[in-house]
Design a protein around this ligand. Structure first.
Ligand SMILES: [Zn+2]
Length: 133
């Protein structure tokens, strides 16, 4: 899928607005909307840098990936959803503007490889630092 197709999929997906406190935090980093996506077609979380929207996958199939220390020590599926959200906020906080071909940041069941990418590592650090404060 290219960025336009992903954007369309996300717009059409089954989703709801995240809690106000999440939107308030994200707004500090110029994010306009945060959605929780519950849709089998969407198996990852995304940040749309063009429209400044964060889409958090709230299906927790792979939540144990986030139980490692470098991803925030999630103890429950709900905690993994919070960490995915904070990771996307981290991208916004660091001002990451990914290349057009990688406009949409992805997190799925392959996060182990992401730490090799500096921007991904920074965004995870933001999430884990936030949780340890
Ligand atoms: Zn990322």
């Amino acid at each position: 899928m290219n960025a336009n197709e992903i954007q369309h999929l996300l717009k059409m997906s089954n989703k709801k607005h995240a809690p106000q406190s999440w939107s308030d935090l994200a707004a500090k980093y110029s994010i306009k909307s945060v959605f929780l996506v519950n849709d089998q077609k969407v198996n990852r979380s995304y940040i749309d840098h063009v429209e400044s929207i964060i889409y958090v996958n709230e299906i927790s199939t792979f939540w144990r990936n986030y139980s490692k220390a470098e991803y925030g020590n999630a103890k429950t599926p709900d905690e993994s959803i919070v960490l995915k959200f904070l990771h996307e906020v981290g991208h916004a906080a660091y001002g990451h503007h990914l290349l057009p071909s990688a406009e949409f940041n992805t997190i799925g069941n392959t996060i182990a490889t992401q730490l090799t990418n500096m921007k991904e590592a920074q965004a995870w650090k933001f999430a884990t630092d936030f949780c340890s404060n």
